[in-house]
Design a binder for this molecule. Structure first.
Ligand code: ADP
Length: 189
């Protein structure tokens, strides 16, 4: 009889996927993550949204915004995704995640990692300023703010680029769904 016990040295690929939205503050990550999760739920695909602000409050309130702390924050969320993905819960992450090297680590550690660059020029993000943070960063009230006083490294070869200054949220969500379908991770027919 076939031995059904998993051998210890067998590498298992987690069944769940992670859509990781990276980009400047105000680029549209949270907005798209929320709409994407609704679209996936409509397709009966389970997912959990991990949003930067919520993560900072509940999981990383001990961390600041130095490059090292930012990396720790991103890797913590990556670890959480790996746990959820292992149990077939897909994850959607909305987190600035400013560094290429850290995002590369995620790609290596997560089985089905989809890097989505939410692309919006800094000037447009400053104009949007949905939480009034840019104003406070420009005045110097907030330090180490991405795009103003802390770097953002544009992704080198993201799986998807969403140009939120020229496409609307629905178009962005459609793009992601099509890509997931193309990878056979969801069925949109
Ligand atoms: P982030 O999570 O990247 O900081 P948010 O989603 O919180 O950004 O805020 C983005 C703001 O930009 C929202 O007020 C949203 O309504 C607006 N916005 C305008 N156009 C778009 C678009 N095409 N995609 C996403 N957000 C957009």
């Amino acid at each position: 009889m076939e031995n059904q016990v998993t051998k210890p040295n067998q590498t298992l690929v987690s069944p769940g996927f992670t859509c990781w939205l990276t980009g400047l503050s105000g680029a549209g990550k949270s907005t798209i993550a929320t709409e994407l999760s609704k679209a996936l739920n409509n397709l009966s695909v389970s997912c959990e949204v991990l949003d930067g602000d919520v993560i900072r409050k509940h999981l990383s309130s001990d961390l600041g915004f130095s490059p090292k702390d930012r990396e720790t924050n991103v890797l913590r969320v990556g670890y959480l995704c790996s746990l959820l993905n292992k149990h077939n819960i897909n994850t959607i992450v909305a987190l600035i995640s400013p560094f290429n090297a850290t995002r590369d680590k995620l790609r290596q550690s997560l089985g089905k990692f989809i890097e989505i660059y939410v692309d919006c020029p800094l000037e447009e993000c400053i104009k949007r300023d949905p939480k009034g943070l840019y104003q406070r960063a420009i005045s110097g009230e907030i330090t180490e703010f991405t795009g103003i006083s802390s770097p953002y490294e544009t992704p080198v070869s993201p799986d998807i680029v969403l140009k939120t200054y020229e496409e609307d949220v629905n178009q962005s969500v459609e793009k992601i769904l099509k890509y997931l379908h193309h990878l056979k991770l969801i069925d949109i027919n």
